[in-house]
Design a protein around this ligand. Structure first.
Ligand code: HEC
Ligand code: HEC
Ligand code: HEC
Length: 414
């Protein structure tokens, strides 16, 4: 269903219009501040969590956010006085967005990425507020969170903050270029890329020593986006990174699932200089991985996988696995195909995938689902084969891993 929700979200013109053009209805407010706030809200993707996919009430809250501890519902952040943020003072708004403190002084759960937004300045956050103030107030009382004990105790979040939260706006590194610093600010601040791409401790805090090295989330795996040659963006040019974030496609891969939503709502609206800054920053992050050796092509799963690939997959992905640029991913070059955690791959084969449509790339090609046609061992074999074809190497996928993802995703929306 996730796919449908996503498409519905994209199709909900109300939302896109609000994001793309609401500065036009700013009225008497300070136009430059409102416009700056609108763009910061795009960079921060505030709309994604605070809008029910498919509804035409952007920012009116009610979307359920899955966390490792249970589901949370994002509140209404339109300027409605009773059910929204209309009655918050600027101080209270800033405290919520940059410090994770609620209006009553208790703590927000870190599903609201205040630990990244703290890198924005007070001025930035008040600009976002000025923009939100221009929206039509929507009356929508949102039901409170449903976290199980003990995570329903907000005071526990004080301990969380002490462990994992460092308040403070971004300080540029004087040894680096202005472009690099802008990229670092975007990735770690408003863009909150770390929320999904940095592995988490059992309490959901960032494992800072594995910064952006890839993380499991909600039935997906968000891959390594450092410059690591095997698992990360080492074989992507800066232009490849920019194309992917702008259109959801490039010569290597396509965005789907949670990243598809990030692209449609946020990165596809970023300016070119900002996309280039993100690319320059990510490409500067050193990788570390020592890969396993390549599997021998005569091993039984490799032989079976090669045959399945030829019959079922090569029509789109090519016999050499190189695909067609911007249309069918190159499974031979995709580093995601070689992720240590194959969750996203298995999920894409089981359930199919539809990549995103953006202004820059209006057709979204689809990958069929093979969950009925191929059994767990066959899916494991074809994935083991593509992970070890061409020059690359990655651990074999087991039928057991496929079976786990099959069970896990059966109960999840697309
Ligand atoms: C990844 C999902 C996510 C994103 C992105 C997000 N939020 Fe939130 N936000 C939440 C959740 C969930 C809560 C409620 C947390 C809780 O109940 O402790 C929340 C709470 C809030 C609150 C507190 C509201 C109140 O009534 O106390 C404000 C204000 C807020 N968000 C504003 C924003 C703004 C502005 C942005 C963009 C800069 C943003 N949020 C982006 C998920 C998100
Ligand atoms: C809500 C979670 C989420 C957020 C936030 C997020 N990503 Fe992702 N990202 C994913 C997932 C999941 C994938 C893998 C799915 C796919 O490839 O379509 C992915 C894939 C990617 C890829 C492709 C990597 C590859 O090897 O194929 C890049 C590049 C990327 N993200 C960059 C970013 C950047 C830059 C940001 C911040 C602006 C960001 N992501 C924010 C979840 C997220
Ligand atoms: C009808 C054309 C078609 C066929 C047949 C097909 N695929 Fe795909 N495949 C796609 C498209 C389009 C995508 C991009 C979808 C997305 O990620 O949103 C894709 C994505 C993928 C990905 C994710 C790669 C990445 O970097 O994002 C993998 C892995 C994959 N396919 C493997 C296979 C395998 C294995 C088979 C055969 C069992 C197969 N595909 C058959 C069209 C096809």
């Amino acid at each position: 269903m996730r796919k449908r929700l996503l498409l519905a979200l994209v199709a909900s013109s109300g939302l896109l219009n609000a994001i793309a053009s609401s500065a036009a209805i700013a009225g008497p407010q300070d136009f430059p501040q409102v416009e700056r706030g609108r763009y910061l809200a795009v960079l921060s993707d505030c709309a994604s969590c605070h809008t029910v996919p498919g509804s035409n009430q952007p920012f009116a809250g009610g979307r359920s956010i899955e966390t490792p501890f249970g589901n949370l519902v994002a509140p209404n952040i339109t300027p409605d006085l009773e059910t929204g943020i209309g009655s918050l003072s600027d101080e209270q708004f800033e405290a919520a967005v940059r410090k994770g403190i609620r209006r009553d002084g208790s703590r927000l759960y870190p599903a609201m990425p205040y630990n990244a937004y703290t890198k924005m300045s007070r001025d930035d956050v008040l600009a976002i507020r000025a923009y939100l103030n221009t929206l039509t107030p929507v009356r929508n009382a949102v039901v409170a969170n449903t976290l199980p004990f003990p995570f329903n105790i907000r005071t526990a979040m004080r301990a969380w903050d002490a462990l994992y939260f460092t308040e403070g706006e971004y300080r540029p590194d004087p040894r680096q270029s202005a472009e690099w610093n802008r990229g670092a600010f975007l990735v770690n601040g408003p863009g909150h890329c770390t929320a999904c791409h940095t592995p988490k401790t059992f309490l959901g805090g960032d494992k800072t020593d594995q910064y952006l090295r890839g993380s499991y989330l909600q039935g997906w795996f968000a891959p390594d986006i450092t410059n690591d040659a095997r698992l990360g963006l080492g074989r992507w040019s800066k232009e490849d990174v920019v194309a992917y974030l702008r259109s959801g496609h490039n010569r290597i891969t396509a965005a789907t699932g949670p990243m598809g939503e990030v692209v449609t709502l946020s990165t596809s609206y970023m300016t070119d200089p900002d996309l280039k800054a993100i690319a320059a920053y990510l490409k500067s992050l050193p990788g570390k991985s020592e890969g396993p050796g390549q599997l021998n092509g005569n091993e039984p799963p490799m032989v079976a996988g090669a045959a399945i690939f030829r019959d079922q997959c090569s029509a789109c992905h090519g016999l050499d696995g190189k695909g067609v640029a911007e249309l069918f991913p190159s499974v031979a070059d995709s580093s995601m195909v070689r992720s240590d955690d194959p969750t996203t791959l298995i999920r894409i084969i089981l359930r199919g995938a539809r990549s995103v449509a953006t202004d820059a790339q209006p057709t979204a090609p689809g990958m069929p689902s093979y969950g009925r046609q191929l059994d767990d061992a066959e899916i494991a074999a074809v994935l083991t084969y593509i992970r070890n074809s061409s020059s690359a190497a990655a651990g074999a996928v087991t039928a057991d891993q496929v079976s786990k993802v099959r069970q896990d995703t059966a109960t999840r929306p697309d």
